[in-house]
Design a protein around this ligand. Structure first.
Ligand SMILES: NC(=O)c1ccc[n+]([C@@H]2O[C@H](COP(=O)([O-])OP(=O)(O)OC[C@H]3O[C@@H](n4cnc5c(N)ncnc54)[C@H](O)[C@@H]3O)[C@@H](O)[C@H]2O)c1
Length: 459
C-alpha cells in the first residue's frame, strides 16, 4: 500500500487554485473546522497569501483568512504533493478562461488532474469546482481512469457571486454534486450537511448543465430587460417601474432585471459563449444565447452613443469622467468588465478619459493604459465634459454632488446603471441621461414597489 492509498481524512482538504472560488471555498471550509491546504502556482498570489494577505477583494475574506491562518487551519503552498498528503477531498478550482472560439480553455483543469495522478490514491475524492462545459467531467473521468488516476472524480460546480462570495459559501442556494460514484458523492455531500440547503446528487453532465443553464438563464434575463429598456426609451415607460412590475410575478422574480450596461465579469460572458460553443459542437444552433451576447455588446455601444449625443455629437478632445471600473460593485474583478469596452470606445473616438474605482482602480492601470486612474471621485470629475456611471458602487450615490457641480466643466451625467437620483441632480443643474426611460420623466418607483423587492447586484 502506498502512502496515497492509506485511509484518508475528510477533515483534511486540499484546494488547488487560490482565486475567487478556491480561496473563498478554502477559507469557508477552514471556518467550519476542517484543515485546509491551498495550492497556488502564481508567484504574486502565493507571495501575498504567505504573508497572510488576500490577493483578491471579497467582503470579509481578509478577516476570515487571518483568523483561520492564525489558528493553523489554513495553510498555503505551491507544492501539490505536500498539499494533498492525507487529504480526503481535493477541490480543483483553477481557471477555465475563454478560448478565441468561445470554448472553455481546460488546460488548467487537465494540468491539475495530471499533477494529482502521482499523489492521490483511490481513497481520496477529486472534485472539480471549476466551471467546465457539459460533458467535460464525464470525459475527464474516463480519461483519468485510462491515465491511472485512482481517485474518483466528481464535479461540484460553484454558484457563488463575486461581491458576496463568502456569504454565498455560507448560505448556498443549493449544492450540486455530479458523478458516478455514490459513496464519493456522499462524502462530498457531508461537507455541506450543516448548511441546511438542498444538496443534489446527480450525474456529472446534469450537474454541468445546471451550472451553465443557471448562468445562461440569468444572462438572458439581463439582456431581456435591456431590450425592454430600449423599447421604453423609444416608446415611453420607465424600465425600473416595469422591472418592479415584472418582478412581482413569482414566476419571473425581480433579480437580474436591472437595466443598464449589461453583464460582464469572469463568468456570464464566458459561460454563455462556452455553452453556445458546446451546443454548436453537437449540431445545435442556440439562438437565445447568441442573442443574449449580441444584446449585451450592443448595450455597451449604445451607452457610448448616448454619451456622444449628450455632449453634442463629437467626443474628440472631450474629457470623460468614468465612475466605476469593476464589472459590478463589491469586487475588484475587471475581467470582461463593461468599463473596459466603454473606455476603449471613448478613447477611439478621441476622448480623454479619467476613471475612478476605489477597489478596482489599481488593477485597471495595466489593462487600460491610456486612462488617468484617479485617487478619488472629485479628482476624476474635475474639468469633465460628462460624468459616466459605469459600476453601481453605492458610494457614488452619496458623493457630494453639489461639490461635483462646481468641479465639472459641463453638468452632464450619463448613468449606465440608473444609480443616481435624477431629481436631486436636476436641482443642481445637471442634465441626467438614464437607461430605459426618457430623461426628465418622473419616476414614481421608489415610493411603493421597491420597498417590497430586493434588488440584487447584476452579474
Ligand atoms: N469568479 C467567480 O465568481 C466564479 C463563480 C463560479 C464559478 N467560477 C469558476 O471557478 C473557476 C475558478 O474561477 P476564479 O474566478 O476563482 O479563477 P481565478 O483565475 O481567480 O483563480 C484560479 C487560480 O488557480 C491558479 N492555478 C491554476 N492552475 C493551478 C495549478 N495547477 N496549481 C495551483 N494553482 C493553479 C491560478 O494561478 C489562479 O490563481 C473557473 O472555472 C470559473 O469559471 C468562478
Amino acid at each position: 500500500m502506498t502512502s496515497a492509498d492509506t485511509a484518508m481524512d475528510d477533515g483534511t482538504i486540499a484546494v488547488i487554485g487560490a482565486g475567487y472560488v478556491g480561496l473563498v471555498t478554502a477559507a469557508w471550509l477552514a471556518e467550519t473546522g476542517r484543515h485546509v491546504r491551498v495550492v497556488e502556482e502564481a508567484p504574486e498570489r502565493l507571495d501575498q497569501l504567505r504573508r497572510g494577505i488576500a490577493p483578491i477583494h471579497e467582503s470579509g475574506l481578509q478577516e476570515l483568512l487571518t483568523a483561520v491562518m492564525d489558528d493553523g487551519r489554513l495553510s498555503v503552498t505551491d507544492d501539490i504533493a505536500d498539499a494533498v498528503r492525507g487529504a480526503g477531498i481535493v477541490f480543483i478550482a483553477v481557471g477555465t478562461p475563454p478560448l478565441p472560439d468561445g470554448g472553455a480553455d481546460l488546460r488548467q483543469v487537465r494540468a491539475a488532474l495530471g499533477q494529482l495522478k502521482k499523489h492521490v490514491g483511490a481513497t481520496t475524492v477529486v472534485v472539480i469546482k471549476s466551471t467546465v462545459p457539459p460533458g467535460t467531467t464525464q470525459a475527464l473521468i474516463e480519461s483519468s481512469r485510462r491515465d491511472r488516476l485512482k481517485a474518483p472524480v466528481l464535479t461540484c460546480p460553484e454558484f457563488l457571486r463575486e461581491g458576496s462570495a463568502l456569504h454565498d459559501c455560507r448560505h448556498p442556494s443549493r449544492v450540486v454534486i455530479g458523478g458516478d460514484d455514490e459513496s464519493a458523492q456522499a462524502r462530498v455531500a457531508a461537507l455541506f450537511e450543516e448548511l441546511n440547503t438542498v444538496v443534489m446528487q446527480t450525474d456529472a453532465t446534469s450537474a454541468e448543465m445546471i451550472k451553465y443553464g443557471s448562468n445562461a438563464f440569468l444572462a438572458l434575463k439581463i439582456s431581456f430587460i435591456n431590450e425592454m429598456a430600449r423599447l421604453c426609451e423609444l416608446i415611453g415607460g420607465n424600465i425600473d417601474v416595469v422591472a418592479d412590475g415584472l418582478g412581482t410575478d413569482p414566476r419571473i422574480g425581480r433579480a437580474f432585471l436591472n437595466a443598464g450596461l449589461g453583464f460582464g465579469g469572469s463568468c456570464f460572458p464566458k459561460d454563455v459563449a462556452a455553452l453556445d460553443e458546446t451546443a454548436g459542437l453537437h449540431g445545435h444552433y442556440f439562438w437565445l444565447l447568441k442573442a443574449a451576447t449580441e444584446v449585451n455588446l450592443q448595450q455597451r455601444r449604445r451607452f457610448v452613443v448616448k454619451v456622444q449625443e449628450a455632449v453634442g455629437g463629437s467626443l474628440s478632445g472631450k474629457r470623460m469622467a468614468v465612475l466605476g471600473l469593476a464589472f459590478k460593485a463589491g469586487t475588484d474583478d475587471l475581467r470582461q468588465a463593461p468599463s473596459i469596452d466603454v473606455i476603449r470606445q471613448l478613447v477611439d473616438f478621441g476622448a480623454h478619459v479619467a476613471a475612478y474605482d476605489a477597489v478596482a482602480g489599481p488593477k485597471a492601470a495595466e489593462i487600460i493604459p491610456n486612462v488617468t486612474i484617479c485617487a478619488d471621485a472629485y479628482e476624476c470629475v474635475r474639468g469633465a465634459d460628462a460624468v459616466l456611471v459605469v459600476t453601481e458602487w453605492p458610494e457614488f450615490i452619496t458623493l457630494d454632488w453639489r461639490r461635483i457641480a462646481g468641479l465639472v466643466r459641463r453638468r452632464i451625467i450619463v448613468d449606465g446603471r440608473n444609480l443616481l437620483d435624477e431629481h436631486v441632480l436636476a436641482d443642481l443643474g445637471f442634465t441626467y441621461v438614464p437607461v430605459g426611460r426618457r430623461p426628465g420623466k418622473k419616476s414614481l418607483r421608489r415610493r411603493n414597489a421597491s420597498a417590497l423587492l430586493p434588488s440584487p447586484a447584476v452579474g
